[in-house]
Design a binder for this molecule. Structure first.
Ligand code: SF4
Length: 521
């Protein structure tokens, strides 16, 4: 008998769905409460159908959806508390609309469940981006309203064609959400500038901060300043080094470790605390769980949690832990997975478009033959070596744009440059897909063609729901022939996948050599 149902991420059991226990470590109790929370959010959206719901409900929708993203919150008590708050808002807004029945969440015709789930998972991903923008004071009525519309749609009957239209509409709204976050980040911290990040961990006390939340990093940097505690990024926090208002802190020293799926090994003996600001948290081993702190929507039973109070977070406990543990006695030279010791980041849209003339001249002159956007999430499956090999095998007259944590497969490689343009350009976090889209559109304008006619191919790796919302945006923009791997989403039924293949030319990855041959001829 099935204890739970979840098929939202790439590591789902048997490529079909987790039914007894999450492959991510999520227990049935948490999975079932997350379903209940989702049902309550749909009911809340229904209750708000005839009025403006207000800030409390708006915020709860973002938190509630974000808390169900893979590797974010494993704490049944915290999910229960969100359910309680959502219910209270629903009662406050009550308009006589019927509640959505949680039993209906994964039920129905296979293709309709597939389309409905794709929208739900996209909404979960977009909630993470909207939450980060919200924290920096940026909101968009259009994006907020679409959360309500999308949630209500999940509880309605729609034809396959209507669902597809909703998914495309959602994709364009998610583009606006990513633009909002881009504006929030760049107006708060400045435009990223190309920055070389060392992987050397200097002797002495330090803190590792991981996840996507730049505001948490900023607060941590302020609170550690002058205390003899260094700060190192991990995973998706790496691009923070490139923002002027963050890189100005001299104790933001470098990057620790590789991608999220290696954390149980890399954190095992680390003499320092680790602060998780967003996904991707794996169940911590007992050997280091006393050193792991969570904040924001992240949660795990038994871990110390730093909550916001009066608009601020107090990281004293984390700083004290760093001083108590003391760090390493000597400098410790770590490396990326290919042995490299410097990671270059900061090629956001401003930096790339700043050298657009050079890039365009290199393309026109034949020095650059093709661009690849090799980006997305990393994960534990052996098949993900594809992305390292793809980049290694990409011809020397090609440039690789990258973003999100999938880049840890190759971001320590030195592939040289083409006329001063580095062959690997790290554009930032997953949400910086917005930057990549802006660059692609600018190149298309310069060459007076559409994006699909550019010498550009997207080779994406997906893992969790933020990748789902980005993929929907790319499809909504009409971008075709995207390669996706390492495996196809379990929530796409064969018929829905067939539509995406036919309409958008979506392609599963094969081998780097075969795919490069198919792309470059
Ligand atoms: Fe399974 Fe992924 Fe859901 Fe975790 S998030 S329960 S691994 S499908």
């Amino acid at each position: 008998m099935s204890e739970m149902f979840c098929f939202q991420c790439e590591q789902t059991a048997g490529g079909k769905g987790c039914t007894q226990m999450g492959a991510c470590g999520k227990k049935p109790e948490v999975a079932n409460k997350q379903d209940e929370l989702t049902a309550e959010l749909i009911s809340l959206a229904r209750a708000a159908s005839d009025k403006a719901a207000g800030k409390v409900a708006d915020t709860l929708i973002l938190q509630g959806l974000f808390a169900t993203v893979t590797n974010v919150n494993f704490d049944a008590g915290r999910i229960e508390e969100l359910i309680r708050l959502v219910k209270a808002e629903k009662v406050r807004l009550a308009n006589g609309a019927a509640d959505f029945a949680v039993e209906d969440l994964w039920e129905g015709n296979q293709d309709i469940v597939s389309l409905r789930s794709t929208l739900l998972l996209g909404l979960r991903g977009m909630a993470a981006y909207a939450w980060h923008a919200h924290i920096l004071g940026k909101e968009s009525e259009e994006v907020t309203n679409w959360f309500y519309k999308g949630l209500r749609a999940l509880g309605e009957e729609h034809t396959a064609e209507e669902w597809l239209n909703l998914l495309m509409e959602f994709g364009m709204v998610n583009l606006k959400c990513m633009a909002l976050l881009d504006e929030a980040n760049t107006s708060t911290y400045g435009h990223p500038v190309p920055t070389s990040v060392p992987t050397l961990i200097e002797k002495g006390p330090f803190i590792v901060i991981t996840g996507h939340d730049l505001h948490d990093l900023k607060q941590l940097l302020e609170q550690t300043q002058g205390k003899g505690v260094a700060v190192y990024t991990h995973g998706e926090m790496l691009p923070a080094h490139a923002y002027p208002e963050l890189k100005k802190y001299s104790h933001l020293k470098g990057n620790f470790g590789t991608a999220w799926q290696n954390q149980q090994k890399e954190f095992d003996t680390i003499p320092a605390p680790i602060l998780f600001t967003t996904n991707c948290l794996m169940p911590p081993k007992a050997s280091y769980s006393d050193r792991v702190f969570t904040t924001d929507v992240v949660g795990y039973p038994g871990l110390a949690h730093i909550a916001e109070q009066n608009g601020k977070k107090d990281f004293t406990l984390v700083i004290e832990k760093a001083l108590e543990l003391g760090g390493w006695k000597e400098d410790n030279q770590l490396t990326g997975i290919n042995g490299g010791t410097q990671l270059i980041t900061g090629f956001g849209r401003n930096a790339v478009l700043g050298v657009a003339d050079k890039v365009i001249a290199a393309v026109k002159g034949g020095a650059i033959k093709h661009f690849f956007l090799v980006g997305g999430c990393d994960g534990a499956k052996p098949g993900r070596n594809y992305y390292t090999e793809f980049v290694q095998q990409a011809p020397k007259d090609t440039v690789v744009l990258t973003l999100a944590c999938g880049k840890f497969r190759f971001n320590d490689l030195n592939l040289g440059d083409i006329g001063g343009i580095p062959r690997i350009l790290d554009m930032g976090q997953c949400n910086d897909a917005y930057s990549a889209i802006q660059v692609a559109v600018a190149l298309a304008n310069a060459f007076e063609c559409d994006v699909n006619s550019l010498p550009l191919t997207l080779v994406l790796s997906w893992y969790e729901q933020k990748a789902v919302c980005i993929l929907l945006t790319l499809l909504a923009l009409g971008i075709k022939n995207i390669y996706i791997g390492p495996s196809l989403p379990a929530f796409l039924s064969s018929n829905v996948l067939g539509i995406l293949v036919e309409k958008f030319g979506l392609k599963p990855i094969s081998t780097p050599a075969e795919d490069l041959k198919a792309i470059l001829g």
